[in-house]
Write a protein that binds this ligand. Structure first.
Ligand code: DMJ
Length: 646
C-alpha cells in the first residue's frame, strides 16, 4: 500500500511554518499523531476505541466511592467557603463541631444551660482522698478531653482528637491546623472556661433567688430561716451586688435591682451607719455601677450617700468617727471609745476621691486626703507598719505595739497602693509608705511554717511574734502582684506567689476544703502539720480574699493553676454552704464535713466580692475589667484609673 497516495487527511498550513519540514513543536507532534491515526484501518481504529471504553468502565467499577469522594470534597469546600464568611473554618474531621462553631454572641444567661461535665462529687471524692488537688484538676481536664473524644467515636492522643477514618495527607503533615493538638487544647479550655463561668452565674442566681424570696430590699439574707437581718436597713446586699450582676451579664436580675434602687432606695433615714462599711459597699457599689452602665441614677444616689456621710469628718482631729446618722447628719465614735480603726479611716479614700472627680466638688477628696496626710506623719509605726487604732480627738495612734496585716489594719496597705494607681502613679508619698510597709512586713511579720515551709504573715505584739494569720490577710498576694504589675520590685511577685500557695493550703488542709477565719502556723521542728485552728476560729463567712488574690495571680501570671484552685474552692462552697431553697450560708466549723454548722447568714460581700472574683478568675478575657483601666476598691467595686490629664 502506498500511503502517500491516500490524501485522506487535511494539512493545515500556518504562516511561517514550512510544510513537511521537521518541527518539534507541540503542534507538529499533534499533527503527526493525527496523521498516524488516520493511516490505521477502520477496524483497527474501532478496536482501539473499544479497548479504551472498556478500560474506562473497569476503572469506574473498581472505585465505587470515587463520585462520593468527589461530592464530599465539593461540599467540604462549600462549607469552608461559607464559614470563611460567617465564622471560623471548622474542618469536617472534628467531632460534631457545629454547635461549638463561631464564638457565641453574648446571650441572656437564663437561656444557657450549665454544664454537668465537672460535677462536684468527683472533686469532693478526690479531695477527701487528700491527693494533690491541683494535679487532680489538671488530670480531670485531660480526662475530660479524652472522654469527649471517645464519646465522639474518635481516638484520643495526648488530648488531641483525631478521626482515623478521614485523616488526610494534610492532617498528617500538620497542614490542617484546625485539627492540631494545640488547637484541640484551646477548644477544650474554651469549653472549660464557659462551663466554669456558667457555674458562677448559676451560683449567683441561686444566691439571688434566696435573697429575692426572703430578704428583698433588706441588708442580708438568712437563708436557713428564710428571713433577713438588718444592719443599716439600706438593701446592702442588693447594692453590693449591682456591678456583679452587670459583669456576669445577669441582665434580668440587674434590671429588677435597678428598679428597686430607682423607686425604693432612700438615704433619708434616721439610721446610724458605719462610715467605712457604707463607703466601700454602698458608695463604692454605686460609683462602680455608674461607671459600668453610664446610668446617672447610680451617680445621683452616690452623691446623696457621699454627702450624707461627710459629718463623720467633723471631729477635733479630722480623723473621722466610725458612725454617722445619715438622716440627722450627726456622727459619733462607738459607745465604748473615742477611737476609730486605722483600716477604716484609711480605706475610704478611693471612693471619696472619685466622688470629687465626678462632682468637681473638692470637699470629699480633701477630707480623706487629710486623714492620709496625718497618718503618714504619725509616730508609732514600725518600719511602715501601723497600729490598729487611732484617736479621733488627738489624732494619735492608740493601743500601740500590735502590728498585723489582718483585721483593723489590712486595707490601709491595700489603699496606699491603690490610691497611687488610681491617681496615675504620681503621689509619691503613698508609694513610699507602701514600699516601706512591705519591707516592714518582710522584716517583722514573715515566717515559714513547719514541716512544709509555707510562707506566712504573722503578727507582732509588743515585740513578741505570733504565728497567727487571719484569712483577711489573703488579700495581700493579690495586692503584691498588682504592685509588681505596676512596676514595683519583682520580688513582690515572688512573695505574692508564696503567700498565694499558703492561702490555698488554708483551704485544702481543712476537712471541708474551706478556710477558717484564723489559722495558727506551726514553727517548731518536728511538727506534723503546718496549720492549726483554734476552736473559736473555725468559722467561714464566705469571705473573698483568697479568691480575690487568685484572680490577680491568674490575670497577671496567666498560670492556670490558680483557676484550678479557685474551681476547687467554689465546689467546696457549693457542697458545704449552699442552702437548697436559695442562698449560701456562713458556717461555724470548717473542720466538720458531716455537720459544718450553718450560721444562717449570707454576707453581702459574697455577692459583691466572692462571686465576682470567681467570675473574673475563670474568665480568660483580660479586658473584662482591665487592671490597666480599673482599680478595685476593697469591696471589689471597680473604679476607673484616672486619665493622666485629671
Ligand atoms: C469586705 O467587706 C471587704 O473586703 C473588707 O476590706 C474586709 N472585709 C470584707 C470581706 O471579708
Amino acid at each position: 500500500m502506498h500511503l502517500s497516495s491516500r490524501p485522506d487527511y487535511v494539512t493545515i498550513s500556518f504562516p511561517g511554518q514550512g510544510s513537511g519540514s521537521y518541527n518539534n513543536s507541540k503542534q507538529w507532534r499533534r499533527q503527526s499523531c493525527w496523521r498516524k491515526w488516520k493511516q490505521l484501518s477502520r477496524l483497527q481504529r474501532s478496536l482501539i476505541l473499544l479497548i479504551f471504553v472498556l478500560l474506562f468502565i473497569c476503572g469506574i467499577a473498581s472505585y465505587p466511592s470515587f463520585t462520593e469522594h468527589l461530592r464530599g470534597l465539593t461540599s467540604e469546600k462549600q462549607d469552608a467557603d461559607s464559614n470563611s464568611i460567617l465564622g471560623p473554618f471548622i474542618p469536617l474531621v472534628l467531632p460534631e463541631p457545629a454547635k461549638q462553631g463561631p464564638p457565641p454572641l453574648p446571650e441572656l444567661p437564663s437561656q444557657r444551660k450549665s454544664s454537668n461535665k465537672r460535677g462536684p462529687p468527683v472533686l469532693q471524692n478526690r479531695l477527701q482522698q487528700k491527693g494533690n488537688a491541683s494535679e487532680t484538676v489538671v488530670e480531670d481536664r485531660a480526662a475530660d478531653s479524652k472522654k469527649e473524644g471517645e464519646e465522639n467515636g474518635v481516638i484520643s492522643w495526648r488530648g488531641a482528637v483525631i478521626d482515623t477514618g478521614e485523616a488526610t495527607e494534610g492532617t498528617k503533615n500538620g497542614e490542617n491546623k484546625e485539627d492540631s493538638p494545640a488547637n484541640q487544647q484551646v477548644k477544650t479550655s474554651k469549653d472549660l472556661e464557659s462551663s466554669w463561668l456558667e457555674a458562677v452565674r448559676e451560683a449567683f442566681r441561686h444566691a439571688w433567688k434566696g435573697y429575692k424570696e426572703s430578704a428583698w430590699g433588706h441588708d442580708e439574707l438568712r437563708p436557713m430561716s428564710k428571713s433577713y437581718s438588718e444592719w443599716f436597713g439600706l438593701g446592702l446586699t442588693l447594692i453590693d451586688a449591682l456591678d456583679t450582676m452587670w459583669i456576669l451579664e445577669l441582665k434580668e436580675e440587674f434590671e429588677e435591682a435597678k428598679s428597686w434602687v430607682a423607686t425604693e432606695l432612700s438615704f433619708n433615714k434616721n439610721v446610724d451607719v458605719n462610715l467605712f462599711e457604707s463607703t466601700i459597699r454602698i458608695l463604692g457599689g454605686l460609683l462602680s455601677t455608674y461607671h459600668l452602665t453610664g446610668d446617672t441614677l447610680f451617680l445621683d444616689k452616690a452623691k446623696d450617700i457621699g454627702y450624707r456621710l461627710m459629718p463623720a469628718f467633723n471631729t477635733p482631729s479630722k480623723i473621722p468617727y466610725s458612725d454617722v446618722n445619715i438622716g440627722k447628719g450627726t456622727a459619733h465614735p462607738p459607745r465604748w471609745t473615742s477611737d476609730s480603726t486605722v483600716a477604716e479611716v484609711t480605706s475610704i479614700q478611693l471612693e471619696f476621691r472619685e466622688l470629687s472627680r465626678l462632682t468637681q466638688e473638692p470637699q470629699y477628696q480633701a477630707a480623706v486626703a487629710e486623714v492620709m496626710m496625718q497618718v503618714h506623719k504619725l509616730d508609732g509605726k514600725l518600719d511602715g507598719l501601723v497600729p490598729m487604732f487611732i484617736n479621733t480627738n488627738n489624732g494619735q495612734f492608740t493601743h500601740q505595739g500590735i502590728y498585723t496585716l489582718g483585721a483593723r489594719a489590712d486595707s490601709y496597705y491595700e489603699y496606699l497602693l491603690k490610691q497611687w494607681i488610681q491617681g496615675g502613679k504620681k503621689e509619691n508619698q503613698l508609694l513610699e509608705d507602701y514600699l516601706q510597709a512591705i519591707e516592714g512586713v518582710k522584716k517583722n511579720l514573715l515566717q515559714k511554717s513547719s514541716p512544709n515551709g509555707l510562707t506566712f504573715v504573722g503578727e507582732l505584739s509588743h515585740g513578741q511574734f505570733s504565728p497567727k494569720m487571719d484569712h483577711l490577710v489573703c488579700f495581700l498576694p493579690g495586692t503584691l502582684a498588682l504592685g509588681a504589675h505596676n512596676g514595683l520590685p519583682a520580688d513582690h511577685m515572688d512573695l505574692a506567689k508564696e503567700l498565694m500557695e499558703t492561702c490555698y493550703q488554708m483551704y485544702i488542709q481543712m476537712e471541708t476544703g474551706l478556710s477558717p477565719e484564723i489559722v495558727h502556723f506551726n514553727m517548731h521542728q518536728g511538727s506534723t502539720r503546718d496549720i492549726e485552728v483554734k476552736l473559736a476560729d473555725r468559722h467561714n463567712l464566705l469571705r473573698p480574699e483568697t479568691v480575690e488574690s487568685l484572680f490577680y495571680l491568674h490575670r497577671l501570671t496567666n498560670d492556670h493553676k490558680y483557676q484550678d484552685w479557685g474551681w476547687e474552692i467554689l465546689q467546696n462552697f457549693e457542697k458545704y454552704t449552699k442552702v437548697s431553697s436559695g442562698g449560701y450560708t456562713s458556717i461555724n466549723n470548717v473542720r466538720d464535713p458531716e455537720y459544718p454548722s450553718p450560721r444562717d447568714k449570707m454576707e453581702s460581700f459574697f455577692l459583691g466580692e466572692t462571686l465576682k472574683y470567681f467570675y473574673l478568675l475563670f474568665s480568660n478575657n483580660t479586658n473584662l475589667i482591665s487592671l490597666d483601666q480599673y482599680v478595685f476598691n476593697t469591696e471589689a467595686h471597680p473604679l476607673p484609673i484616672w486619665p493622666s490629664t485629671a
